[in-house]
Design a binder for this molecule. Structure first.
Ligand SMILES: Cc1cc2nc3c(=O)[nH]c(=O)nc-3n(C[C@H](O)[C@H](O)[C@H](O)COP(=O)(O)OP(=O)(O)OC[C@H]3O[C@@H](n4cnc5c(N)ncnc54)[C@H](O)[C@@H]3O)c2cc1C
Length: 426
């Protein structure tokens, strides 16, 4: 890229930078460009900034992850090496510092996940929006319909109101998931205008559909402190195993554990994978058997169906009775050792056959996007069109849960904003 000197800018008129998309990446890009002397217009198609940011982390916003670069990159599923420079320029520590300096105290929770102390994602949005405002970013609530190109030269952007000139344009339109937040895939069309390759778009961090009546029966039931293992039926290999929280829905499984698991399953199809849920991961089979025995002793004259209340949530009891193969009306004192063993086995491994993913619209992130081979990782500038930059989820990079995806948006947004401010037309 040809850049204006980053130290001696006085001889240059400020660059006019158009930023498309007022999400995490767009606000960071706009702010950084403005702080580096550019005249910035931020285009946001929704009536307010940061619609998706507001719902992140269940409204609490897991804003970054307090880990070093190597650990960070190990949590990036697609194209981690592309992010090396961006994370160096604007690190997880920089993100923390930015929000703390802008009046949002942060706290670090399990897995080094960083949240605002207030538990309010809206505070994160307000900090970014206020910083943009103070830096002089002009926000225009309009949808950018296309890039303004003439004779193969980028002149600016086009909205329903007409053409708007810019020296540099940064596309921060996000992915294709949760389209009601405004991110419905416009950026891929804009990239396509100048010949960029868009790699196949697939859902990642997405709920999983399951076969059979078990999930509909248990819909609404949320389980904390369970172990979820996903096993490939062909190879018998475990593709995912972790401990945490999950939920049953009418279509299958969701919740943090399940979303994380989805990112590890690459070729989901009916008959290929099974979820094994360990309902009592803290107890090994022997200890669990002793626990069941003690409950059976307490309820020895009751029906089996009425003897599991101390061990399981009510909704789960009829299902576990059925899955264990024991008649619910069997008197507890007549349950045999083998039957008890079958119950313990089911408690340690409730099997759910997996079928597929829910659609991309329900995914936390979009996997795939503008090919990183066609974007300079040091500047985020397009290799197809001078003056065009990309940042955030529109790029073909995505990570696991834990604050990594927002950090990617901030780091790439920062680099794109800085580069666009100093971009010099040839
Ligand atoms: C429910 C949910 C929870 C999440 N929780 C977390 C979390 O806790 N931590 C984490 O790290 N990640 C989380 N993520 C992922 C994270 O939100 C995204 O990776 C991140 O927001 C991507 O930032 P972005 O700026 O690239 O895109 P977005 O935040 O999607 O912003 C894109 C913006 O561009 C605008 N736009 C699109 N097209 C146009 C156009 N043509 N003209 C003008 N404006 C346009 C959109 O309206 C939108 O405001 C979550 C995602 C979801 C859906």
């Amino acid at each position: 890229m040809s850049t204006k000197s980053m130290t001696n800018q006085d001889n240059f008129a400020p660059n006019r930078v158009a930023v498309i998309g007022g999400g995490a990446a767009g606000m960071m890009a706009a702010l950084t460009a403005a702080e580096n002397g550019a005249t910035v217009t931020l285009y946001e198609r929704m009536g307010r900034l940061g619609r998706k940011l507001r719902i992140t982390g269940k409204g609490r916003c897991n804003v970054t992850n307090d880990c070093d670069t190597n650990e960070f990159l190990a949590n990036v599923m697609t194209n981690p090496r592309f992010l090396y420079t961006a994370l160096d320029r604007f690190s997880t520590a920089d993100t923390k510092d930015f929000f703390e300096r802008n009046g949002v105290p942060l706290k670090t929770e399990r897995g080094r996940r960083v949240f605002p102390v207030s538990d309010k994602a809206a505070d994160i949005v307000a900090a970014l929006a206020d910083a943009c405002h103070r830096a002089g970013v002009r926000v225009v609530y309009e949808r950018v319909r296309s890039l303004w190109l003439e004779d193969g030269v980028l002149l600016g952007v086009e909205t329903a109101q007409g053409k708007c000139e810019a020296d540099a344009v940064i596309v921060c339109t996000g992915g294709k998931s949760y389209p009601l937040t405004g991110s419905d895939g416009d950026g891929y069309t804009l990239a396509g205008q100048v010949g960029h390759t868009v790699t196949p778009l697939t859902p990642s961090l997405v709920p999983i559909t399951a076969k059979g009546s078990l999930c509909p029966e248990l819909q609404g039931l949320s389980l904390e402190n369970v172990r979820l293992t996903v096993v490939s039926l062909a190879s018998g290999k475990t593709v995912f195993e972790d401990f945490g929280e999950m939920m049953f829905t009418h279509f299958g499984l969701t919740g943090p554990l399940v979303l994380s698991a989805s990112a590890h399953i690459h070729d989901i199809a009916p008959g290929k994978y099974e979820a094994h849920i360990d309902l009592k991961p803290a107890l090994d089979e022997k200890t669990l058997d002793a626990r069941v025995l003690s409950d059976f002793d307490k309820y020895r004259n009751k029906d089996f169906l009425n003897a599991l209340g101390d061990l399981l949530p009510q909704k789960l009891i009829p299902v576990m009775v059925r899955e264990s193969g024991i008649d619910g009306r069997t008197k507890v004192h007549t349950v045999t050792r083998e039957q008890r063993k079958a119950l313990v086995t089911t408690l340690k491994c409730l099997r759910v056959p997996l079928v597929g993913f829910r659609p991309i619209e329900e995914a936390i992130v979009t996997s795939g996007g503008v090919s990183v081979r066609e974007v300079n990782p040091k500047t985020m500038q397009s290799k197809c069109m001078p003056g065009l930059f990309f940042a955030g989820e529109v790029l073909d990079v995505d990570a696991y849960t834990g604050g990594f995806n927002l950090q990617i948006a901030f780091s790439t947004g920062y680099v794109a904003g800085e580069s666009a401010a100093f971009y010099e037309k040839e």
